[in-house]
Design a protein around this ligand. Structure first.
Ligand SMILES: Cc1cc2nc3c(=O)[nH]c(=O)nc-3n(C[C@H](O)[C@H](O)[C@H](O)COP(=O)(O)OP(=O)(O)OC[C@H]3O[C@@H](n4cnc5c(N)ncnc54)[C@H](O)[C@@H]3O)c2cc1C
Length: 420
């Protein structure tokens, strides 16, 4: 039976980048890892669940991580830099402006469209000799044993009933993770009773690589700069209001948007197709089990208010790659026969890939970051999506204080860049 060092279930942003990051690692130190990536949807499908019409902001720290994973040279061409961020509150004078040049960085972050990123990642996945891309396929059954996990696939004629073993099974299968649900791990959930409407919009004035976050009594609106002078809209409102906005024709929708966003970019002239996402917090509070770990949205689904969901997921990916790298270096140091494609890695000191020590070290390195970001986004979502007059006044006071106090402003900039 084929043995893989790592099997990843789910090939969205987290799973695809993990597979490529691990494969890069095996090239770097001469040892070869065997990696399988299982994905249920074909990459060319327009409505691929992992690579849909969304555009996301990558913090500047994520660019550093992508560089370490060997992925930034691929993505650079698709990324629009954010050189300034303006935070404002509708109907109040408080406003904060952050500029990349004040922090001596070329950009505070970058915006990428998930669909073209997905196409690019899949080209790489298909070409890499260390990665078996098992797609379209799903896991039919899996069993944990002390030294391995056995996986049986369900897929087309070629893949159906195929069975293999792995040292580590990674669940990167998104918020409704099949593996996460089957393990019944402890989780914290909260329904914000809000939805995010996304669309690409065209404005009369050029965005000049500025991103805008505007708080309104109905909820926050973000406009992120994109290529071709377009902006990516993320508008968070109550579920009822979202249904109304989704039902409007283009002219009426633009009119509502203009009223809420104002004229910072002049007239908003056009909008592309609108998509709507229900917003919930879903955090797995201990996202690992024997030889199984959850990463990305499988481990934590956040409110998009601070644009941090995938930035957090990417830090999971980078931390897991680092733990595997450490195991490989200890194997290299303790073994005269370096691992190769034909020999599954097996280390006598129980510190192997997917072993208890590796996964507990992984979680020690991730726990505080996950808890902090879940707490921060939930607090922001509740504070900034609330039309209570006391909270609105507090918000405005907060923005004015931040604008006047450079250390508070720096904290906000550091947070936006993902640096800690
Ligand atoms: C409106 C909105 C705006 C956002 N803005 C930002 C932002 O600005 N910055 C930011 O960092 N993040 C942002 N996010 C969050 C970001 O989009 C997600 O965190 C990220 O895309 C999640 O990637 P993932 O790979 O973890 O999960 P997913 O994208 O859910 O991928 C899961 C993959 O697993 C596959 N799969 C599912 N089930 C199975 C199965 N049983 N078997 C095999 N395969 C399976 C799916 O097909 C999919 O490909 C935003 C989210 C939303 C909704």
């Amino acid at each position: 039976m084929t043995h893989y060092d790592v099997v990843i279930n789910g090939g969205g942003m987290a799973g695809a980048m993990l597979a490529l990051g691990l494969s890069q690692l095996s090239q770097a130190d001469g040892s070869a890892l065997r990696i399988a990536l299982i994905e249920k949807s074909l990459p060319e499908q327009n409505l691929h669940p992992g690579f849909d019409a969304r555009s996301i902001a990558l913090a500047s720290h994520s660019q550093d991580l992508l560089q370490q994973l060997g992925l930034w040279p691929l993505l650079r061409e698709l990324a629009t830099p954010i050189t300034a961020i303006q935070v404002s509150d509708q109907g109040h004078i408080g406003q904060v402006n952050l500029q990349a040049q004040d922090y001596s960085v070329p950009a505070l972050g970058y915006v990428v469209e998930l669909n073209p990123v997905g196409q690019l990642l899949y080209q790489q996945l298909q070409q890499h000799p260390a990665i078996d891309l098992l797609c379209p396929a799903q896991i039919q059954a899996w069993q944990q044993a002390p030294d391995k996990v056995t996986v049986t696939l369900d897929g087309d004629d070629q893949l159906s009933d195929r069975q293999f073993t792995t040292s580590l099974l990674v669940a990167a299968d998104g918020n409704h993770s099949q593996i996460g649900r089957q393990l019944n791990l402890p989780r914290r959930q909260f329904d914000y009773q809000q939805s995010a409407i996304i669309a690409n919009v065209q404005t009369a004035m050029p965005h000049q690589n500025r991103a805008f976050e505007r708080f309104t009594p109905e909820g926050p609106i973000a406009l992120l700069p994109m290529s071709g002078g377009r902006c990516s809209l993320v508008w968070c409102v109550s579920n009822g209001r979202a249904n109304q906005l989704m039902d409007l024709d283009e002219t009426a929708f633009l009119c509502e948007l203009q009223q809420a966003f104002g004229y910072r970019l002049g007239r908003i002239t056009r909008t592309g197709t609108r998509h709507c996402y229900p917003l919930v917090l879903d955090e797995v509070t201990r996202p690992w089990h024997h030889r199984v770990v959850l990463v990305g949205n499988a481990a934590h689904l956040l409110h998009p208010i601070a644009g941090q969901g995938f930035n957090l997921g990417l830090r999971d990916v980078a931390a897991l790659v680092e733990q595997v790298r450490q195991v490989l270096s200890s194997v290299g140091a303790s073994s005269e026969n370096p691992t190769n494609l034909a020999t599954p890695i097996s280390v006598a000191n129980h510190d192997d890939i997917g072993g208890y020590q590796m996964l507990s070290r992984y979680w020690q390195s991730r726990q505080a970051d996950q808890a902090e970001l879940v707490g921060m986004t939930s607090a922001l979502a509740l504070l900034f999506s609330n039309d209570h007059p006391v909270l609105a006044a507090g918000r405005n006071l907060g923005l004015m204080t931040m604008a006047a106090c450079s250390s508070l402003k720096h904290m906000l900039a550091w947070q936006a860049m993902g640096k800690r």
